[in-house]
Structure formats: structure tokens, C-alpha cells
Design a protein around this ligand. Sequence first.
Ligand SMILES: Nc1ncnc2c1ncn2[C@@H]1O[C@H](COP(=O)(O)OP(=O)(O)O)[C@@H](O)[C@H]1O
Ligand SMILES: [Mg+2]
Length: 344
Amino acid sequence: MTGPMTTGRVAADAEPVPQQQEPAPLLEVTDLRVRFTRAGRSVHAVNGLSYRLVAGRMLAIIGESGSGKSVSSRALMGLLPPTAQTSGSARFDGTELVGLPEREMRRRRGADIAMVFQDPARSLNPTMRIGAQITEAVRAHAQLDKAAAKERAIELLQLVRLPAPERRFHEYPHQLSGGMRQRVMIAIALAGRPRLLIADEATTALDVTTQAQIMELLVELQQQLGMAVILISHDLALAASYADDVVVMYGGRAVERAPSATLFASVRMPYTRALLGAIPLLERPSHGQLPVVSGQPPDPAALPSGCPFRPRCGSATDECATAPPFDEHEPGHWWACWHPEEAR
Ligand SMILES: Nc1ncnc2c1ncn2[C@@H]1O[C@H](COP(=O)(O)OP(=O)(O)O)[C@@H](O)[C@H]1O
Ligand SMILES: [Mg+2]
């Protein structure tokens, strides 16, 4: 098989032409599955998710609440409860993360992959000055004396463009705005100099202006540090406008995947179209900010056979009782649908 998604490795007899080849991925997720056992029932949270992420790129993972975005990302960091059973593969720079012993995972957490969550107010310790919290994170990753750790902590606050970092260092979380607290959380996540930062709905709790500022910060950091970023969001239009590539998830699997520009130019999967809010099957609240896809998301404890979007899809036919494969139909553009929209 050849094609832009599979040319990461150069054949032995070929001259390497690095500029034209897609580089080997930093993270390659293949058929990732996560199942929870709850009250004797199986909850299929992630059902065969595959994607790849090249170093230094920004990937948006999009989907409605419950589609498996957080669970699939937490699986990469070994942050799931013991009731979770994970299978499949997630290779980070050649190391298999699925099944990695906790001791090894702990060593890599924060140093290879770090995560920022939605609610900085809950993630920060309210009784501890922010300087102490960042210094603690710095010293967890590097053996530095107090003065050097403080210096590095201030550097991190400057890196995330926190205004007046020397003064803020001595303040408590409640003295900062929501946007500033999220900057502090990002600084803490950067303390171990991760090669991949996962931002899980990191701007969702913020107002629109602050949201844009944090998104811009993430793009700047990605470029400045050469770091890969996974942007998890339920807001396709927002995330795709900052990310290089987009994976749309539904019912715990990928249903469409493409470079952002390709996706905006030519959406194929009706669910992706519904998320963008431009098809009549939507019932949009008159003052809502986000398009709402009518109908219920699938129940991960009772997934339908065939295409999981079928019960909500205006294009569904009998054919959709058989699950459509997730294939690369055009170079770099993958989708799982029997009735894709026509290319524009
Ligand atoms: N600890 C858990 N036990 C059982 N089910 C869980 C657990 N955590 C998440 N789930 C279920 O897994 C599914 C995916 O959740 P999640 O990844 O958090 O969705 P989202 O896309 O909103 O981030 C949901 O149906 C959720 O209820
Ligand atoms: Mg989530």
C-alpha cells in the first residue's frame, strides 16, 4: 500500500527525500479500544480508534460529549481507573503505551506527554501559591535547587505569557482570572518539557475572547517548542481553525479524518456536517453558540450494529445496517460512510 499516509518509512533502496515524505509519526494509535465493566455491563467507550500524529503538529479530536475523546486520551497516559480494559496499540516514539507498567508510565507522564484539562480551578490547589505549585512541578522533573527551580518557574510563567509573572508567583489561584489560571495549568504541564501536550477541552470553560487567546497561546507554544498538540474539543469549527489535522469521533471511533483545510473545503461524513451546523436535520437553539445535532448520541453500553450514526442521519438507507469501513478514500482524507456528500 502506498499513499501519503503510509510513506513514513523509506524503502531500503530508495534515496531518502525527507521534504517530500511524511515524517514518521510521534504517536501512532491503532485500533485502540477501551471497555469499562460497570454493574456487570460492558461500556464500550472507545471502539477501534486509529490516528497518527507527526511531531510538532496540532491534531484536533472532535466529537459530542460521550464520544470517547477523554477516555482515549487518558488511555495514552495510563490515567484510567482499574475498571477499564484497554487493548489495541498506541506507540509513542516507538514505545508501546498500552500495557506499559505503571512505574514506567509514571516516569514518562509529564516528560513525554502532558495533559491540560477543562477546569483549572479544580486542578490547582486553592491553598497553595501558584509559584509553589509550579516549582513543585519543575522539581518533579529536574533536580534543581530552590533558587534554580524558582527561576525556571518564572520562565515558564513568561512562556505562557502570564502578565507580571514575578508578582503572580506569590498569589493564590483565586486571585487570578480563569484565563490566567489556565495559563498556569499550561505552565505546569510544560514543566517536564513534554513532546506532546494534550489539551482536553482546555478552553471550554472560558469566555469566547479568552478562549481565542488560549488557543493562540497553544499554537505559539507548539511552534516555539516544536511540540505536538492534541486539541480535544466538542467545537469542530473552533478547533479545526487552529489545528493542522482533524479526527472526528462518533461512538468511540473515528468517522472522518483529514487535514483541516481539506475538511473545511469538502466535508464528506453527514455527522461532521451536522457538527458544523449546516444541514437541515439540525434543530439549533436560537441563542445557542454551538450547533446541536438532533437525536441522542449512541449508548456505549448498547451500541447499534451498522453505522452508529444511522438513527440520526438524514442520508441513511438499508445499506447503513452494515458498518461502513473507515478508509482513506482520497489522499489524506478518511471517512466511514456509505453516502458521503459530494465533493465541492
Ligand atoms: N470510569 C468510567 N466508567 C464507566 N464508563 C465511563 C468511565 N469514564 C468514561 N466512561 C464512559 O465512556 C464514554 C466516553 O467518555 P469520554 O471519553 O469521557 O467522552 P468525551 O468524548 O465526552 O470526552 C462515556 O459514555 C462515558 O460515560
Ligand atoms: Mg471529555
